[in-house]
Ligand binder design. Sequence first.
Ligand code: NAD
Length: 272
Amino acid sequence: MSGTDMKLVVVGAAGRMGQTLIRTINAVPGATLFAAVERPGSAFIGRDAGEIAGLGPTGVTITDKPLEAFVEAEGVLDFTSPAASVEFSGLAAQARIVHVIGTTGCSADDEAKFNAAARHARIVKSGNMSLGVNLLGVLTEQAARALGPENWDIEILEMHHKHKVDAPSGTALLLGGAAAKGRDIGLAEHSVRVRDGHTGARVAGTIGFATLRGGSVIGEHSVILAGEGEQVTLSHSATDRAIFARGAVTAALWARNQKPGFYSMLDVLGLS
Ligand code: NAD
């Protein structure tokens, strides 16, 4: 660790992504684990963050006092739950630091609160922090623009592990948003999130979603553009959660030099 390393707090430190973030910060130059936070009542409070992440002791003890950690830190990496992320964005704004939000399943009301917090915090939020998925979003936008709604139907298929609590995934919604942007339409008015029973024929110009859950799948996504007599499929497979954690640390280091505001991974990766 050097004196110029960015001091980062991992919230949700005992979670699947929290543990991956702790290992990634340890491996990436320029960043250091300053504090680790879990929810009040968690059995992990008081434990060493490195030990639970499989690194051995790091001297950072997991706490349930986020603000105390934030005021001394420079950035927060947050893959928790929508309610927790809303709370953390208010605290990050108070502390005037970087808040990287990977949490998915957030409502429009939650998004409005993140936008309000971004007046003082530097927020980077994305339903997927990996380079590969963000590139896939750019390709999806191009494909949707080139292959128009008269002859081409867009369907987004995703599969995740059995513990995932929200659907469709943040990544599927990110890809749907990219397709809608390419077609110059709003996703909310054109998406079909569920089909069941006698649905009638497919409405032209809609963007359909299909969700699979099971086992330990980290994340599989396909954007299927189906035409008459031909089909184009763009897809991404995640085999290691470290891709999201590396993206989150990259986002924090990038946002350190930005003004307060609301940014996406496309801004971080120069793909916007
Ligand atoms: P998880 O359930 O394994 O971990 C979440 C952790 O957050 C838990 O340990 C929980 O105790 C903790 N937590 C909840 N409320 C808290 C609070 N108030 N204070 C502190 N800690 C709190 O889940 P996970 O698989 O790690 O996923 C977490 C989130 O990240 C989900 O929304 C998931 O969809 C999302 N995710 C996003 C990306 C991305 O690239 N954007 C990638 C993977 C997962």
